[in-house]
Design a protein around this ligand. Structure first.
Ligand code: C2E
Ligand code: CA
Ligand code: CA
Length: 842
C-alpha cells in the first residue's frame, strides 16, 4: 500500500474516485430527503384539501339548511323548503362522514371534533324534524293554545254556567224585585267576566298575530286588574251570601265562580308565562334554543377543524421548507466538502507536481546556461523521483558529453594534445599574467623534417604513430606549466611560461637531443629531425598572433638554413613584411586584370587525341617576377581574395576557350577550385552566372577540387558538388593520393574524374611501390566508374606505362608544359599535324 501511495497516478485515481463517490452520495442523499418530504407533504396537502373541501361543504350545507328552515317557518305552505333543508342536512352529514373517514388516516387533525360535528348534525336533523312537526301542528306550535283549551276553557265554561245558574235562579224567584241590588251585582259580575274574557281574547289575538307586542304587558295588566275587580265583585257576592242575601243556588254559583275564575286565572297566568317566555311559539324556541346553538357549535367546530387543517398545512409547509433548508444545507456542505477536497488536491498537486516540475525546469534552464549548484526538489512521489533521477542522469551525461566535446574542440584527435585554439587560449592567459608580473614567456614552433616522406613512403598509419610518439617525446622534456599543442600536419607548438629566449633555447636543445634517439614503430627504426622557431614575450611581440607569426618565421628560417633551432630576428623577416605588400598587390592585380592564365593540354590515351586543357594561374609580379601559383593561391586563401581570384580565372578561361571553340578546338576546360570557395554561400549561383555568359556547354567544363579540400568539410563539399553536378558540370578530384580519403568515400560523391597526384607518377620510374599504387588506383577508379587522369607525365616510358595500365588521360611536361593561349594554339595546330609529342614545340 505504501508503495502505491507514493505514486501520484495512484493518488490521483483514488482522489477522483473519492470525489465521484462524494458527489454522487451527496446528490442522492439530498435528492432522497427532499423527495420523501415532498411526497409526504403533497399527500398531506391533498388530504387536507379534501378535508377542507368537505368542511366548506358542511358549512355551506348547514347555512343552506338554516336558510331553508327559516324560509319554511315563514312559508310553511312551500313544502320544498322543508325538503331542501333536510337534504342540505343530509349532505352535511355525508360530508362529515367522509371527513371522519379521511381524518382517520391523518395525524394532526382531531377526530373528536369531527365526531362531535357528525353528532351535532344528526342532532340538527332531529331538531329540524321536530321543528317542522311543531310548525305543522298549531298546538305544538303555540303551547299557550293548549293551556287555553285544557285549562281555561273548562273554567270559563264553569264560570259561565255558574253565573247563568245564579241569574236564572234570581229571575225565577224574582229576586230582583226583592233585592234588586244583588241581581245587579250578578249582572255586574257577568259584565266584568265578559270584560276579562274579551280582553283576554284581544290579548291572545295580539300575541298570535304579533300585531303590537309593546302593548302586550298593558293588556296583561288590564286583564289582571279586571280579574281583580271581578274577584272583588265575587267576594262581595260571597259576603252577600254570608249575609243570606243570596238563594241557595246563587250562593253555590258564587263559590263555583270563584273556583272557576281562579282556575281560569291560573290558566291565564300560565299563558302569560308562556307568552312572556320564548316558548310562546315553539318553532322559534326550537330555533333559538336548539337549532341556532347547534349551528353555532357546528360552526365553531368547523372553525376548529379548519384551523387544525390550516395548522396541518402550515406544518407541512414548514416541514417542506425544513426539507428544502436541509437540502440546501446539504448542498452547501457538499459543495464545501468538494471545494475542500479540490483545495487539498490543488495544494498537494502544487506541492507534489508543479513545484518539483518548476524546480526541475529551473534546474534545466540553469543546466542549459551552465550554471551549477541548482537545488533539485525534495523527492516526495514516485513520479518526481523518476523525474529527478532522469534529470540527474541527463545532467551527468550532458556534463560528460560537454566535457568530451570541450575536450574534442580543444584537443587534437590523433595525439590528444591541445590544439591551436587551446594553445592560443593558454598563450593569452600566460601573456596576461606575464604582463602583470613583468615576466617573460616563450613560444616554440616545431615542424618535423622529412615527415611527408615518411607519410608517402611508409603510409599514414606509420605517419600517425610518428606524430603520437613525437608528441610524447616533446612532452617528456617539458615542465608541468608548459603547454604542448599540435597545430595540424607535422606542426607542433610549445608555450613556455616564465621563460625568456635563452631559457627557450635550452629547451630547444633538449628537444632536439631527445629526437636523436631512434623511434621504434612497428619494428621500423626511424629518425625524425625537426626545426624549431622561437619567439619571446615581450621582445618579439606582445600578442598571441604576433608571437605565433614570428615563431613561424623563425621556424622557417631554421628549416631553410637547417639550423635545428632559430630565434626570431626581425631583420631576417622579409617574408612577413613582404607578405603585407603582396596582399595589396594581388588585390590590385585582380582588379586591374594584371593576372594571366596558362593552359596545359591533356591527352586521351585511348585515341591519342587532345582531350582538354587545364587552366593554371600565373602572376607576373612587377617586382618579384613570376610567382609560384601555390603561394599566390595560399596568400589569396588566407586573405579572402580567393573568391574574386577564382571567378577571375573562370571568367578568363571561358572567354579564351570560347575563342578556341570558334576555331574548332572543342576541348574540355578544367579550372581549379579552392576549399575556401566552398565556404562562399553564393559560389554555385556565381558560377552559374558566369558560365551562362559563354557558349561553352556545361559538360565541357571541369571543376577540379583537391582531395584535402574535400576532406576539410565533407558535408558541405558533398552538398556543393551535388549542386554543381546538377548544373551538368563535370567534377574532378585533384591531387588524389595526398589526402586521406578512401575511394569508398569518393564513390558517394558525384565525381567524374580522378587525377592521380604527380608525385606518384613522377616517382613511378624509380619507385615500384608508386607504380603499384598507380596501377591499383586506376583499377579501383575504373571499378567505381571514374575516369583517371595521370598528372606529371614527364617521359615517354611513363606515358607508355600508363597506357598499359589503361589510364584514360595523361597530362604532363612530356606532352606540354602549361602554355599561354597563343602558344597553345600553335601547339594544337602542330599536334594536329604530327600527332607526336616529341616533335611538338619541345
Ligand atoms: P595542380 O592543379 O596539380 O596543377 C598541375 C601542376 O603541375 C602545375 O603547376 C603544372 O605546371 C605542374 N605540372 C604539370 N605537368 C608536370 C610534369 O610533368 N612534371 C612536374 N613536375 N610538374 C608538372 P603550377 O602551374 O605551378 O600550379 C601549381 C598548383 O597551383 C596547381 O596544382 C594548383 O593546385 C594551383 N593552381 C594553379 N592555378 C590555380 C588556380 O587558378 N586556382 C587554384 N585554386 N589553384 C591553382
Ligand atoms: Ca589541377
Ligand atoms: Ca594536381
Amino acid at each position: 500500500m505504501n508503495k502505491y501511495w507514493h505514486s501520484l497516478h495512484f493518488r490521483y485515481t483514488v482522489s477522483v474516485a473519492v470525489l465521484i463517490v462524494l458527489i454522487f452520495s451527496g446528490t442522492y442523499f439530498a435528492y432522497s430527503t427532499f423527495s420523501e418530504a415532498r411526497t409526504k407533504t403533497s399527500t398531506h396537502l391533498k388530504n387536507n384539501q379534501e378535508l377542507s373541501d368537505n368542511a366548506r361543504k358542511i358549512r355551506i350545507s348547514v347555512l343552506d339548511s338554516y336558510t331553508y328552515i327559516d324560509a319554511y317557518l315563514l312559508e310553511p305552505a312551500y313544502k320544498e323548503y322543508k325538503q331542501h333543508a333536510l337534504n342540505s342536512i343530509h349532505t352535511a352529514i355525508s360530508s362529515s362522514k367522509d371527513m371522519l373517514e379521511e381524518v382517520s388516516t391523518m395525524v394532526r387533525i382531531d377526530t373528536i371534533a369531527i365526531e362531535q360535528l357528525t353528532f351535532l348534525l344528526n342532532e340538527l336533523k332531529v331538531q329540524t324534524e321536530k321543528l317542522f312537526l311543531s310548525r305543522e301542528d298549531s298546538y305544538r306550535q303555540y303551547p299557550s293554545l293548549a293551556v287555553g283549551n285544557d285549562v281555561m276553557q273548562p273554567n270559563r265554561n264553569a264560570f259561565n254556567n255558574a253565573i247563568a245558574v245564579a241569574l236564572n235562579e234570581m229571575r225565577q224567584e224574582k229576586k230582583d224585585r226583592n233585592s234588586p241590588g244583588v241581581y245587579q251585582e250578578f249582572i255586574q259580575t257577568r259584565h266584568l267576566w265578559t270584560q276579562v274574557l274579551s280582553n283576554f281574547r284581544l290579548y291572545l289575538a295580539n300575541r298570535m298575530g304579533s300585531f303590537d307586542e309593546s302593548s302586550l304587558p298593558v293588556q296583561e295588566k288590564a286583564i289582571e286588574t279586571m280579574y281583580q275587580q271581578l274577584l272583588k265583585q265575587l267576594q262581595k257576592l260571597a259576603a252577600l251570601d254570608q249575609m243570606g242575601e243570596l238563594g241557595f243556588e246563587s250562593g253555590a254559583a258564587v263559590q263555583d265562580m270563584i273556583k272557576a275564575g281562579n282556575g281560569w286565572f291560573n290558566g291565564f297566568k300560565q299563558v302569560k308565562k308562556i307568552h312572556n317566555a320564548d316558548g310562546w311559539r315553539i318553532d322559534s324556541k326550537i330555533m333559538k334554543e336548539d337549532i341556532v346553538p347547534l349551528i353555532n357549535r357546528m360552526s365553531n367546530l368547523l372553525l376548529q377543524v379548519e384551523s387544525q387543517i390550516n395548522h396541518a398545512v402550515e406544518e407541512d409547509m414548514k416541514s417542506l421548507v425544513t426539507a428544502a433548508h436541509k437540502q440546501t444545507n446539504m448542498l452547501i456542505w457538499g459543495a464545501g466538502a468538494v471545494l475542500l477536497f479540490v483545495l487539498i488536491i490543488y495544494v498537494s498537486t502544487n506541492r507534489l507536481v508543479f513545484r518539483p516540475i518548476a524546480t526541475v525546469v529551473k534546474a534545466l534552464k540553469a543546466e542549459a546556461i551552465g550554471k551549477d549548484g541548482v537545488l533539485l526538489p525534495s523527492v516526495r512521489s514516485r513520479e518526481t523521483t523518476a523525474l529527478v533521477d532522469a534529470f540527474n542522469e541527463m545532467a551527468k551525461r550532458v556534463h560528460q558529453r560537454q566535457s568530451d566535446l570541450e575536450h574534442q574542440a580543444l584537443h587534437d584527435s590523433l595525439t590528444a594534445l591541445p590544439n591551436r585554439t587551446l594553445l592560443q587560449d593558454r598563450m593569452a592567459y600566460h601573456i596576461q599574467s606575464a604582463r602583470r608580473e613583468h615576466r617573460h614567456l616563450s613560444l616554440l614552433m616545431i615542424d618535423l623534417n622529412r615527415f611527408k616522406e615518411i607519410n608517402d613512403t611508409l603510409g599514414h598509419h606509420i605517419g600517425d604513430q610518428v606524430l603520437i610518439e613525437v608528441g610524447h617525446r616533446i612532452s617528456s622534456q617539458l615542465r608541468e606549466v608548459d603547454t604542448i599543442a599540435r597545430l595540424g600536419g607535422d606542426e607542433f607548438a610549445v608555450v613556455l611560461p616564465d621563460a625568456d629566449k635563452e631559457q627557450a633555447k635550452l629547451v630547444c636543445k633538449k628537444l632536439l637531443q631527445a629526437m636523436q634517439t631512434v623511434l621504434e614503430i612497428d619494428e621500423l627504426h626511424l629518425y625524425v629531425g625537426m626545426s624549431i622557431g622561437i619567439s619571446s614575450y615581450p621582445e618579439h611581440g606582445i600578442d598571441v598572433t604576433t608571437l605565433i607569426q614570428h615563431a613561424d618565421v623563425a621556424m622557417y628560417v631554421a628549416k631553410q638554413n637547417q639550423l635545428g633551432c632559430a630565434i626570431y630576428d626581425a631583420t631576417k623577416d622579409e617574408y612577413s613584411l613582404g607578405r603585407l605588400e603582396l596582399i595589396n598587390d594581388l588585390k590590385e592585380a585582380i582588379d586591374n586584370d594584371n593576372l594571366s592564365v596558362q593552359y596545359q593540354p591533356s591527352i586521351n590515351m585511348g585515341s591519342d587525341e587532345v582531350k582538354g586543357i587545364e587552366t593554371l594561374l600565373r602572376w607576373n609580379h612587377p617586382e618579384y617576377g613570376i610567382l609560384p601559383p601555390d603561394q599566390v593561391i595560399d596568400l589569396a586563401e588566407q586573405t579572402g581574395l580567393i573568391n574574386p581570384l577564382t571567378y577571375w580565372v573562370i571568367e578568363n578561361a571561358l572567354k579564351q576557350t570560347t575563342r578556341l571553340f570558334e576555331k574548332g578546338y572543342e576541348l574540355e576546360v578544367s579550372v581549379n577550385i579552392s576549399v575556401y570557395n566552398l565556404k562562399d554561400k553564393h559560389f554555385v549561383e556565381n558560377i552559374k552566372e558566369i558560365i551562362s555568359r559563354y557558349p561553352i556547354p556545361t559538360e565541357k567544363i571541369i571543376l577540379e577540387i583537391t582531395e584535402s579540400a574535400m576532406m576539410a568539410n565533407p558535408v558541405r563539399a558533398a552538398e556543393i558538388l551535388s549542386e554543381l553536378d546538377e548544373m551538368g558540370l563535370r567534377l574532378a578530384i585533384d591531387d588524389f593520393g595526398t589526402g586521406f580519403s578512401s575511394l569508398a568515400y569518393l564513390k558517394q560523391l558525384p565525381v567524374d574524374e580522378l587525377k592521380i597526384d604527380k608525385s606518384f607518377i613522377i616517382g613511378m620510374k624509380e619507385n615500384s611501390s608508386d607504380e603499384v599504387i598507380v596501377h591499383s588506383t586506376i583499377d579501383m577508379a575504373h571499378n567505381l566508374g571514374l575516369e583517371v587522369v595521370a598528372e606529371g607525365v614527364e617521359t615517354k616510358e611513363i606515358y607508355n606505362h600508363l597506357k598499359d595500365f589503361k589510364c584514360d588521360t595523361a597530362q604532363g611536361y612530356y606532352m606540354s608544359k602549361p602554355l599561354p593561349l597563343d602558344l597553345l594554339e600553335i601547339w594544337l595546330d602542330n599536334f594536329g599535324v604530327s600527332q607526336s609529342f616529341d616533335d611538338v614545340l619541345g
